[in-house]
Design a protein around this ligand. Structure first.
Ligand SMILES: NC(=O)c1ccc[n+]([C@@H]2O[C@H](COP(=O)([O-])OP(=O)(O)OC[C@H]3O[C@@H](n4cnc5c(N)ncnc54)[C@H](OP(=O)(O)O)[C@@H]3O)[C@@H](O)[C@H]2O)c1
Length: 204
């Protein structure tokens, strides 16, 4: 069976690397993020080395209902996802009372709500085939509360707890749910999470 992996947050960092690794192994890809220029660069890089199909879908998954739209786009193109990698995410590093609540809620929408929706939608097809793999990207911060990253760390605790529970529910099937909990990893994460100020905040 030809397998297709949907990778969210494929335009940089960990998601970008997932795409290169899976393409090398011969998987067709659906890559999504907001930055289509980066996704196009990734697609060109993959097509220069492999013969896999790569579909680009631009989507801001911090917007309510965007996961529904992404699912509809994929269904309308007649694509069947056998591997779902919920990787897109960002943090917002600061004292909670100094954070922008709109940004925090966008983070919750992206890191939690869109991940739940995509998992639910694509599980339908996986259950019909009794086959599929879901990889949710959490963080080492899933394991303990993190001052100055209070909401972000909590979103990652949710991802770990949800993934473990769902994997247990699906243990009699050929569908697995795996959770990746990386430690500090070189990517755009630090810059996008405004962690440049971290040393100053820790000193005060
Ligand atoms: N790097 C670390 O140290 C580290 C440690 C533990 C866990 N993680 C987790 O690893 C995952 C990947 O992060 P990374 O380190 O690879 O960081 P990154 O380089 O900043 O990549 C984040 C990816 O998420 C996408 N994204 C961000 N906001 C989005 C939105 N609103 N809608 C759709 N896509 C969005 C970005 O694409 P666009 O900007 O193009 O939309 C990008 O492709 C995240 O879930 C992060 O929490 C990272």
């Amino acid at each position: 069976m030809k397998e297709t992996a949907l990778i969210t947050g494929a335009s940089s960092g960990i998601g970008y690397q997932f795409a290169l690794i899976l393409a090398d192994k011969g998987f067709d890809l659906i890559i999504t993020a907001r930055n289509t220029e980066k996704l196009t660069e990734l697609k060109e890089q993959i097509l220069s080395k492999t013969k896999v199909n790569v579909v680009i879908l631009e989507k801001d998954l911090s917007i309510i209902n965007s996961a529904n739209e992404l699912y509809a786009d994929i269904k309308n193109q007649g694509l069947k996802v056998t591997i779902l990698i919920n990787n897109a995410g960002f943090g917002d590093y600061n004292e909670f009372t100094k954070t922008d609540i709109e940004k925090q809620l966008e983070m919750v929408q992206l890191n939690i709500a869109s991940l739940i929706s995509l998992t639910r939608f694509f599980l339908n097809g996986m259950q019909i085939e009794n086959y599929g793999k879901i990889l949710n990207v959490s963080s080492i911060l899933a394991f303990f509360p993190m001052p100055l990253f209070s909401v972000y760390a909590s979103t990652k605790s949710f991802v770990l707890s949800f993934s473990e529970a769902l994997n247990e529910e699906l243990k009699q099937t050929n569908i697995s749910v795996t959770c990746l909990c990386p430690g500090p990893t070189k990517s755009n994460f630090t810059q996008n999470s405004e962690m440049g100020q971290s040393r100053e905040l820790i000193k005060t």
